[in-house]
Design a protein. Structure first.
Length: 253
């Protein structure tokens, strides 16, 4: 059962998702098809539910927004996502979610927006389920892993083709357990222009050599990219390879 922290009720899906899609979704409750709005408020544990997504839905924005008790999303492996173009905020602030098992085979190839997808998932520590995702069409990754405080290993992202990305603003902001960026070493970020606060408040980050070969010449915003990181973090490694104006490095910290 999925529910939010909203006082006085247990809601299955984020309210904004319901508002945006109420004519195009339904529920199967104990085998009986019901209109979602009629059964929007379901008491915890009372019914077994299955989500039915109709063909008209192309936007999963805010679907499980602030479902703070959501721990297991294995059953979402059967969700057909090949037509979805927007996954923004879908799991944001699901603060009990520790892994993403169930999303391994999601087809996200039509999506251009992953903004805040896992932002605020402060217990999330394993993202290996994302390793085979085709994110080639995506251009917006801002806040995607914002405040994922338990995330130590991002090697699950190493094979992502982000060559069409333009916005990495605050993508890993507040990932305070992250120690290195080796999982990003193969990324082609040649079209990205916004790195604003990308690793801000990554308080455990000690090794940034994984991104030294990034081609960042399209970048025009590096404000506070490493602000709040350990003072011992050596940006000279990047200066040697990135070939940016000195003023950009001064903005980073």
């Amino acid at each position: 059962m999925y529910y939010t922290e909203k006082e006085g009720s247990f809601n299955i899906f984020g309210e904004k998702f319901v508002e945006n899609n109420k004519d195009n979704i339904g529920l199967v409750i104990n085998g009986i098809k019901k209109n979602l709005i009629e059964k929007y408020e379901l008491k915890k544990g009372e019914n077994n539910i299955k989500l039915i997504i109709k063909n008209k839905i192309i936007n999963l924005e805010f679907m499980f927004y602030k479902c703070k008790s959501l721990k297991n999303i294995n059953e979402l492996k059967y969700l057909d996502t090949k037509h979805i173009n927007n996954f923004s905020y879908i799991f944001s602030y699901c603060s009990s979610l520790t892994d993403l098992n169930g999303l391994e085979n999601w087809d996200v190839s039509n999506s251009n927006n992953f903004e805040y997808m896992f932002g605020g998932c402060e217990s999330l520590s394993n993202i290996d389920a994302l390793k085979n995702w085709n994110v080639l069409n995506a251009n917006n990754f801002e806040y995607m892993f914002y405040q994922c405080k338990s995330l130590k290993d991002i090697n699950g992202l190493q094979n992502w083709d982000v060559s069409n990305a333009i916005n990495f603003q605050r993508m890993f902001y507040g990932c305070s357990s992250l120690k290195d960026l080796n999982g990003l070493k193969n990324w082609n970020i040649s079209n990205v222009n916004n790195f604003n606060n990308m690793f801000n408040e990554c308080k455990s980050l000690i090794d940034i050599s994984g991104i030294q070969n990034w081609k960042v010449l399209s970048g025009n915003n590096f404000q506070r990219m490493f602000f709040g990181c350990p003072s011992s973090l050596d940006l000279h490694t990047l200066q040697k390879y990135w070939n940016l104006p000195q003023s950009y490095y001064e903005q980073m910290k």
